[in-house]
Unconditional design. Structure first.
Length: 274
């Protein structure tokens, strides 16, 4: 009788383990392609609806009109929603015991979160590509050089990375997917609309305009518009971040990551230590 040889166990580092877990998430998406609807169908619907329905009543004095104004805002909203996807996916894995199964393996405990981060950034990047192609199809263009264009995309990806820690924090703290949906919808959704994402802030009441222009989503959106040549002349009284959106956006990314990452990791460890 032939004997079955035990497979050889190879030593791997954090990077290799994280890539393996990210690959598992990609396979999950491959088997359930509807998981990509939030970065494929939904952004396209938003672009078309806002561009052709609301755009007819919102005049923006820039080259390309409202469509050029809209695309950076739609992209900023989509990368902000990456926290939603991370939170739901992590909570589902915790509920089903998948995270416990992974942690029972001889791997670095951080690989679970790093792998989730890799797959989430890739997930958000797909949305940016889809929206860029949709924007090009309806007449949106980038009017600056390649370096500024790439910096705009880099800020969006950087923001998506910062939002991942929001998702990990909420996903580790909440006990069910339903709770995650409620918390994330009640926070992320209004934050992305209470900004300059879809309409100029000039016509808002003074107090609301102040809140909107200090909203970090507004800094991100304005930074991308400036870097892509889709910006417009700021009205008198615009808040300080609107005049310096790029450094403010970089600062927000660093601040959010430095503040939320340790808190999210600690919450995740406390949750999985039960």
């Amino acid at each position: 009788m032939s004997t079955i040889e035990r497979p050889q166990i190879r030593e791997t580092g954090l990077l290799g383990q994280s890539v393996s877990i990210a690959r598992r998430n990609f396979i999950h998406i491959k088997r359930m392609p509807e998981m990509l609807m939030d970065v494929t169908i939904q952004p396209v619907m938003f672009v078309l609806l806002f561009a052709y329905v609301f755009g007819s009543s919102i005049a923006v004095p820039i080259e390309g009109g409202y469509k050029a104004f809209l695309l950076p805002g739609i992209m900023a909203q989509t990368v902000a929603f990456s926290s939603f996807i991370v939170a739901v996916g992590l909570t589902a894995d915790l509920e089903k015991g998948i995270v416990d199964r992974m942690r029972s393996l001889p791997i670095n405990p951080a690989a679970v979160l790093v792998g989730r981060s890799f797959s989430s950034v890739a997930h958000s990047s797909i949305g940016l590509v889809v929206m860029s192609l949709t924007g090009l199809a309806i007449g949106w263009r980038i009017h600056t050089n390649i370096l500024e264009a790439l910096l705009g995309y880099a800020l969006l990806v950087g923001w998506a990375f910062a939002m991942i820690w929001v998702g990990i924090l909420v996903g580790s703290a909440m006990r069910s997917v339903e709770a995650v949906n409620g918390v994330m919808f009640a926070t992320i959704f209004p934050i992305t609309f209470l900004a300059n994402t879809f309409a100029p802030t000039d016509g808002m009441p003074t107090w609301l305009r102040f809140v909107a222009e200090w909203n970090p989503i507004s800094s991100l959106t304005q930074a991308v518009r400036v870097l892509w040549g889709n910006d417009y002349q700021l009205a008198e009284g615009a808040a300080f971040p609107m005049h310096h959106p790029v450094p403010f956006t970089i600062g927000w990314i660093v601040l959010l990551t430095a503040t939320l990452a340790p808190l999210a990791i600690r919450t995740f460890r406390n949750r999985t230590a039960d």
